[in-house]
Design a protein around this ligand. Sequence first.
Ligand code: FAD
Length: 479
Amino acid sequence: MVQGVHRKNFGRNQVLKPSAAYTPADEQEVLQILDRHRGQSIRAVGRLHSWSDAVLGDGVLLDLRRLNDVLLEPDGDQFVATVGAGCQIKRLLKELDRDGATLHSLGLITAQTIAGAISTGTHGSGRQSMSHYVVGVRLARYDASTGQAIIEELSAGEPLQAARCSLGSLGIILAVKLRCRAQYNVQEHFTESRRLSDVLDAEASFPLQQFYLVPWHWSYFSQHRREHDRPRSRLARLYRLYWLGVMDYGLHLPILFLERVLRSRRLVRFYFRRLVPVFLIRNWKVTDRSSSMLVMRHEAFRHIEIELFVLRDQLVDALGFAQEVIKVAGGRESALSADNQQRIEELGMQEALAELHDKYCHHYPICVRRVLPDDTLISMASGGEQDWYALSFISYARPARRAGFSLFASFMARSMSRLFHARPHWGKVCPLEADELTSLYPRFDDFRTVCNTLDPQGVFQNDWTAALLEADGHVGDIP
Ligand SMILES: Cc1cc2nc3c(=O)[nH]c(=O)nc-3n(C[C@H](O)[C@H](O)[C@H](O)COP(=O)(O)OP(=O)(O)OC[C@H]3O[C@@H](n4cnc5c(N)ncnc54)[C@H](O)[C@@H]3O)c2cc1C
């Protein structure tokens, strides 16, 4: 046990001050810790790659990194893996690859733990979130009648749907059982397009694609991706080097220099307008293993992010709105288009928009990923019959200089949640009040019921999740 040690998250926007912190070696030790601290507040964390309050906890903190075994079993023509909660995705991928298997869905990075990743609905593009593929969760919690710590398997019904994305609120996840599939190859190439309709039309041929709206250049760079049965390209290794050197570092280092050192908006705009397009090699088709192709070194440089999920039929308007707000925030325009200005006035947010004017120069491509509706109670892509699109807004400002980004993120979340029913990613910056957040999820009440059943004393909650569980948001239907 360690006392008095403070921990910070990846984004350096959250500080954890636990009263005691443990790194248990096995499940028995987790139960002993729970019994020792009965009645106290207890939370588990993964690798602290969340920016939201989901990671906070000032009571007893459990880090399950030593519970990281992987057991892969065949299941028809697929596989099921039982994975220790603290296993990082990168280790899991390596273990699976040894047996010719991989994950159905992957985020951009692999540093997260499996329990942390599913707990906030981590997703990639073109498939459901990782949570969707979870078929069982092994959970440590307290037995309501005896008060003793117990282990329970959640493998069906609403408890499983809740456990697939639970914000750490059901108890301590010990292991996750998830459906896996045979390893496969992905073919990728980049194109540039001025029209969003062209980008979206390409989804039929490239179901795994993601795309970027490049600020100040205002064109779309599409990463066309599809599953492919071709073998790994001869130039795949060179392509990986290109990604590492040019995209992961070459593109990012100037952003850091411009944003953190020069702090020149004019040069930021020039960089995106004139130089960023040069980094892109268009139409270079490369096939490589999915687990190499679908990820990048996005954790190489510290940043902060808000990501907003909208349904397909809101996407065009939502992206247009985002583009206009970025121009106002960057001081290039003083007002939105007449339609959007009217929408903002109807929301009574004119003052908030005026306050944002000229306060924040957006300096990163807006990544847009398609996430298929998933079978959970509260993941961002839960429910609805259309696909969801996640729009991410990233800032590389130093932690002490994020006031402009905070203003921007708060405006975007507040306006877009009301205009487009946009849901902020649970693991990223999440600047809405509890009742605003819960009102975006038609099944939040079901989630609350499962939490209250499994954790009636609320010992596994932090202030944020407790407020969510107590919130009285009026739930609207998914349009
Ligand atoms: C550089 C970067 C890139 C990212 N890319 C993506 C992306 O492409 N797609 C995407 O969707 N997200 C992405 N994220 C967000 C990230 O996937 C999530 O925030 C994820 O939850 C982080 O996992 P973690 O292991 O660090 O968990 P933490 O951040 O430590 O914890 C997240 C939540 O999980 C809970 N938790 C963790 N372990 C347990 C356990 N054993 N039992 C119970 N609860 C537990 C915690 O209490 C907390 O509520 C990215 C984040 C970063 C920093």
